[in-house]
Design a protein around this ligand. Structure first.
Ligand code: IFM
Length: 477
């Protein structure tokens, strides 16, 4: 399905000294409900798994919670004005399920929906395209109490919720993402337990991953039926996975991690099947008895676009005795059946998350999805970096973040030049926010947030990004 506002643009790159992006390229920034909204108990909102998790001692650094976050719920109009000042063409936000359907079942909460109606109106009034994500990790707590994503029924509940949101906002929102990063929901939430709901069981993680995708497919069917013109997609977080050496055991370690990190989601959604090597690798963990006839047809319901979140590369090797423990998101329990694979640190520059900076990996990822999976339009729905920032004389000079964006945009441009139908890019994040288990200790924003006063200060990277958007490209290097 083509979109008149964003025409196919492959092959129209200006190859002069500037790197110019295709006409209509959708420049945006992204956030998520729990990370910025606050107002956790207002307007009829009930607790999600992240409320419960963050209020549980020891789960989030320094006991931080999203109770107030960036207070975006109360400051939304001025935040949208800031987006307009930066020249954003689009804003990707997520809807809090617990705000619009308290407890995760039953009728919509008018007051909750009204917040998103006002947000969408405000965006449209400033000429900013709303991009709505239905689920960015904040499952209503009662649905977790009923079994959470490992329970099949949660997929049906998600489709009901999607329908409520479509009924309320479908006339004004064109772009829809069902799930954000289902790998994190499944494997960090139910595998390693470093994310909400904090459970740790490999088989549950695999079941959660399946039911998330089933919910995605059911939601796409519901949205498609009621809003045939909508542009529907899913956002997956992808990583190139590279073996540390050419040794067969390292190559096999890379195959296993690639299966769990990338192909676990890409294959069902875009091919309608699980990779055979993945199900074989997982045979000690699960027999996949939770997969019912017809599920994969639902999961692979046709889409209009694919969203890709890119941050870094995984370099892996076969197990050796006495390997060091890994940082949280690589903790062995995130990788059921492949817990013994080692994640290798190459000694290249890292961000404040300790994630290696690897811009060519973005080109590689985009080319892979296009070459191996789909001709659908692709969007980078998140890309960005945490660094330690400081306010000096009222300014935040985040040269390292600016350089990260610059390098990754050059990598994105290279993918377009190679024929990838990349139609847009969303910086993560519009503003500093609640970085999950790291609380407010990691800053990803282009805009500084003072959490005491709630003042916003656009950092150097925000000013630079505004100029990139204005010229639809990057200066020559
Ligand atoms: O902050 C998160 C976001 O919620 C999902 N993608 C990765 C970001 C940085 O960790």
């Amino acid at each position: 399905m083509s979109n008149p506002d964003h025409p196919p643009a492959v092959g129209v790159l200006d190859q002069g000294p500037e790197l110019i992006f295709p006409p209509g390229f959708l420049w945006g920034a992204a956030t998520a409900a729990y990370q910025i909204e606050g107002a956790a108990t207002e307007g009829g909102r009930t607790p999600s798994i992240w409320d419960t998790f963050s209020h549980t001692e020891g789960r989030v650094v320094a006991g931080h919670t999203g109770d107030v976050a960036c207070d975006h719920y109360h400051r939304m109009p001025s935040d949208v004005r800031l987006m307009a000042e930066l020249g954003l063409k689009s804003y990707r936000f997520s809807v809090s399920w617990s705000r619009v359907q308290p407890n995760g079942t039953g009728p919509a909460n008018a007051e909750g929906l009204d917040f998103y109606r006002r947000l969408v109106d405000e965006l449209l009034g400033h000429g900013i395209e709303p991009w709505l994500t239905l689920y960015h990790w904040d499952l209503p707590q009662p649905l977790e109490d009923a079994g959470g994503w490992p329970a099949r029924d949660t997929a049906a509940r998600f489709a009901d919720y999607a329908q409520l949101v479509a009924d309320a906002l479908g006339d004004r929102v064109t772009y829809w993402t069902t799930l954000n990063e289902p790998w994190c929901s499944a494997f960090l939430g139910y595998g390693s337990g470093v994310h909400a709901p904090g459970r740790s069981d490999g088989a549950d993680a695999v079941r959660a991953g399946h039911h998330l995708m089933l919910g995605h497919g059911l939601a796409v069917q519901a949205l498609r039926a009621s809003r045939p013109q909508a542009q529907l997609g899913i956002t997956v977080n992808l990583y190139p996975v590279t073996p540390a050496t050419d040794a067969p055991a390292d190559v096999d370690a890379a195959r296993r991690i690639d299966a769990l990190a990338n192909r676990f989601f890409l294959d069902p959604v875009l091919r309608g099947s699980y990779p055979a090597d993945l199900t074989a690798d997982l045979r000690e963990v699960t027999d996949f008895g939770h997969v019912r006839d017809g599920d994969l047809a639902v999961i692979s319901t046709p889409l209009n676009l694919v969203g890709i979140n890119y941050y870094s590369r995984h370099v892996v090797a076969a197990p050796v005795q006495g390997a060091e423990p890994e940082p949280y998101w690589r903790s062995p329990s995130c990788w059921p059946g492949s817990e013994d694979v080692r994640f290798v640190t190459r000694g290249v520059p890292v961000t404040d998350m300790n994630w290696e900076i690897d811009a060519p990996g973005l080109t590689e990822t985009l080319r892979r999805v296009h070459d191996e999976y789909t001709d659908l339009p692709l969007y980078v729905t998140e890309n960005g970096s945490a660094f330690v920032d400081a306010v000096v004389d009222g300014q935040v000079d985040d040269a390292d973040r600016l350089a990260y964006f610059d390098a990754h945009l050059r990598a994105a441009h290279e993918a377009i030049a190679a024929g990838v139908p990349l139609r847009g890019y969303f910086a993560w994040s519009l503003m500093d926010n609640f970085e999950w288990a790291w609380g407010y200790t990691k800053r990803f924003g282009m805009v500084w947030v003072d959490y005491d006063s709630q003042a916003r200060i656009p950092k150097s990277s925000a000013r630079w990004y505004a100029e990139v958007i204005r010229r639809n490209g990057l200066a020559a290097q």
